[in-house]
Ligand binder design. Structure first.
Ligand code: COA
Length: 437
């Protein structure tokens, strides 16, 4: 059948479309800026007929109406990441967190967490009847391919981005046309600490490197110090506005990438309307599912791959806690370990954990003798490579426990170095063995 006829036949209202959701279903919601806000609103409005619907979602940028107090009997949040809008629900046991590497989410949907309904947002169809997933390919495309029912918002403001990022209208069971602004991420505030961190990280980036950058002020600060580099490439879980200037300056051109030469490769994007305009119908930008972009065996194929991520705390052995403050689930492992491992296996690769030396207005050191009780280890001491604070760079790979502790104390905030040294002395003194220290 002609795709235009299929499209017309499946067009409906948000209210009608979400009637396909049933009590007890497992629902996967499009990620971050790709969340279908109109469908979510319509579903929450039908809460009284819905019970025990499991909502699997990663970063929730919108208001997350299904997370409000009192919704838990109707909708149960199963977070594959925890963020500002979902943290409270998890803390209050109105929601849960499922630990999993980001590149493995599609495999969860194939095996342990089969999907009843995918609630997604896409572009309007192109001339051949294909819609783009736009800014969120990640787990959203695999979930849509695996779901029994796909309900899609076809938003004419969603940027059309190519790559392995398209779905044919015949695969969408219910389609709702919308014209809504894409959710934006406020631009991060870059202070002196972030600038110093950015400057140190930039010294580790050689010409011709391919970069993965996380979200927030530190990655954007790193980008500020890369203006004099040459021929950088991007193979990243995500990127944001900070990258556009470097592309326009020609610093990021992907000319020396070993795979996807010349392309900016990502699995999701979040930023301002400037970013969304930049990526719309931009052939340089290619989106692929997270099972491909983040897979360590794909990441490792990039020559001089450099990953830059942040954390909550690092202990003196180099164990990196990036997702919880003690038992409190603060975020998730996301793609950190995917890229740490991929970068570490890449020829000329490096992985960097960039972290301010203190938190809570300087009261808490983030270089600690022990991770807080209950904290999850995100990047293990066997995987860690470089740790950077505003006081310098510690290269831990290949270092003994003793050497690691000394390297980390040297980049801790000066006001915590004495107490960390006391712990070092308890652990390693008397200096019976001076070899290699
Ligand atoms: N003890 C107590 N509080 C701490 C703390 C510690 N050791 N470390 C951080 N905090 C507090 C901070 O003070 C801050 O509180 P505030 O918001 O009240 O000021 C809050 O926790 C957030 O810390 P901050 O460092 O500003 O967070 P961030 O936005 O830079 O994010 C991570 C840091 C680690 C949470 C984030 O990078 C992350 O989720 N990483 C894991 C996932 C990942 O790496 N993905 C990679 C690809 S995108």
């Amino acid at each position: 059948m002609d795709w235009k006829r299929i499209y017309q036949e499946r067009l409906t209202t948000a209210h009608e479309a979400v009637r396909a959701v049933k009590s007890g279903d497992r629902l996967v919601v499009g990620h971050a800026a790709g969340a279908p806000t109109e469908l979510l609103k319509a579903m929450v409005a039908q809460k009284d007929r819905l019970h025990a619907v499991e909502v699997v979602h990663m970063l929730c940028l919108g208001d997350g109406g299904y997370l409000a107090e009192g919704m838990e009997g109707h909708f149960r949040f199963n977070g594959i990441f925890v963020g500002a809008n979902t943290r409270k629900a998890v803390e209050e046991n109105r929601g849960d967190y499922t630990p999993c590497y980001f590149h493995e989410f599609p495999s969860l949907f194939k095996k342990q967490l089969p999907v009843d309904v995918a609630l997604i947002q896409v572009t309007r169809p192109d001339a051949d009847g294909f819609c783009s997933f736009g800014v969120s390919c990640d787990y959203t495309k695999p979930a849509a391919e695996l779901a029994k029912i796909v309900i899609a918002e076809a938003n004419d403001r969603m940027p059309f981005i190519g790559g392995d990022n398209l779905i044919h209208v015949s695969k969408l069971h219910h389609i709702v046309e919308t014209s809504c602004p894409i959710l934006e991420l406020p631009l991060p505030k870059i202070g002196e600490t972030e600038k110093k961190l950015g400057e140190y990280c930039a010294t580790l980036v050689e010409d011709g490197s391919t970069l993965q950058l996380g979200i927030g002020a530190i990655p954007d600060a790193v980008l500020m110090f890369l203006k004099d580099k040459k021929d950088l490439g991007i193979h990243s879980e995500m990127f944001s506005d900070g990258l556009i200037d470097l592309v326009e300056l020609g610093v990021v051109n992907g000319s020396r990438k070993s795979i996807h030469k010349g392309e900016l490769v990502a699995t999701f994007l979040m930023g301002s309307q400037r970013l969304y305009d930049f990526v719309n119908h931009n052939p340089q930008v290619q989106m692929h599912p997270v099972s491909y972009v983040n897979h360590p065996t794909v990441v490792m194929q990039n020559y001089k791959m450099v990953s830059i991520n942040s954390c909550i705390e690092v202990d003196l052995m180099g164990q990196v806690g990036s997702e919880s403050i003690g038992l409190k689930q603060f975020s998730g492992v996301g793609g950190q370990v995917d890229f740490v491992r991929g970068a570490s296996m890449a020829v000329g690769g490096k992985s960097i954990i960039a972290v301010p030396s203190t938190a809570a207005g300087g009261k808490v050191s983030r270089i600690v003798p022990f991770l807080a009780q209950g904290a999850a280890v995100s990047t293990s001491r066997n995987d860690v490579d470089y740790v950077v604070t505003e006081y310098g760079i510690a290269h831990l790979k290949g270092q003994t426990l003793r050497q690691r502790a000394l390297s980390l104390i040297a980049i801790a905030h000066p006001s915590f170095r004495d107490s960390l040294t006391e712990e070092f002395d308890r652990r390693f003194a008397p200096a019976s063995c001076a070899v290699g220290v």
